[in-house]
Design a protein around this ligand. Sequence first.
Ligand code: SF4
Length: 378
Amino acid sequence: MVVNYPVGVYEGRILSSIGKHVKTIQNFSSGLENHLQNRHNPPMDFRQRQLHNCITRPDDPRLESLKIPVSISGNDPLLHRYPMKITEHVLALMKTDTAVRRQFLPHADENLVLTGQSPDPLDENRYSPVPGLIHKYAGRVLLKVTHRCAAHCRFCFRKRFHNGSETPDHEDFPIGAWLSYTASRRNIREVILSGGDPLMLHNDQIRRILTVFAKIPHVDIIRIHSRILTTWPSRITTTLVRILQKSAPLWFVTHFNTAGELTPKADEGLEKLAMAGIPVLNQGVFLSGVNDEYEGFKTLCTELVRRRVRPYYMHLLDPAPGTAHFNVPAERAVELIRCFRRDVQGYAIPALVREIPGRPSKTPVVSSESQENHLHPK
Ligand code: SF4
């Protein structure tokens, strides 16, 4: 279903001042909507094939054959609320990497829901003037172009999307309304494609989205946030990179939480992006039992830099339901960053931030100078 976004008097004036250009974009976008909404005769596409091979049940024999223990049964209601989805690539990592297991295997601890946890912990729906578009920070909009991910991270603050109840399919999203909203606000300089994982879209869909938003004169930068290099790195094909490269200036933001996720396949993808001249940043989340130990965190950041990826942000966990077992206290995260600062070059040090609904930007997490001399790595 297409939602018609009502264009008000103010927006109408701006739209007419942008004039023909916007009309061209809108015409192009309605073609895009048709394309995205054409669900007749769908072939078995690459996403379906990818899902076909995914592990979606705790009693999948592939887990057993690798001797990977799971703490819930196949009938646990948790799996209806937050379905399990693990790619074969992630499964191979799980064989030896307990930090990867912890991020992707459903766990009985997820049944513990605390006061203050919310399905929409960042209050994104409040900042969504058009369905799927978040305009929270001045100067940029974020588009949730799909709710699909290659694999489901158990700590995700948008895990409410995983069971498909909120929005069943990305084809229902109003691309034209996103475009009108962005084109009519000259202060929007950057468009972020997020999700889900935007690289779950087809190449053709990605190309069309990038093309129409790049035509808006005041949009300087397009940014893509994707965890695909951890979950399904072979998705970064030469063809896809060419599409991204044509939309310059485009920035690519990866989501690696541990050095173990920097596999040879991920390296291949990063190399393709680097050779195409696409700047790559990483943002991760501090997670208990995953990356809250000093040497592991240091290895992640230094290995990213070796691969020409700038560690950009480390986030504190957002309070989504059933994620308390992942929480790293702010003091511990501050301690890790501070000790790290003493050991490595500045550009390897990510900023420690948390998102607080209602704030005009991410909030830096710092502690008082008086603590500095008392904190040491574990
Ligand atoms: S890939 Fe990103 S959006 Fe998808 S489950 Fe993981 S953290 Fe969430």
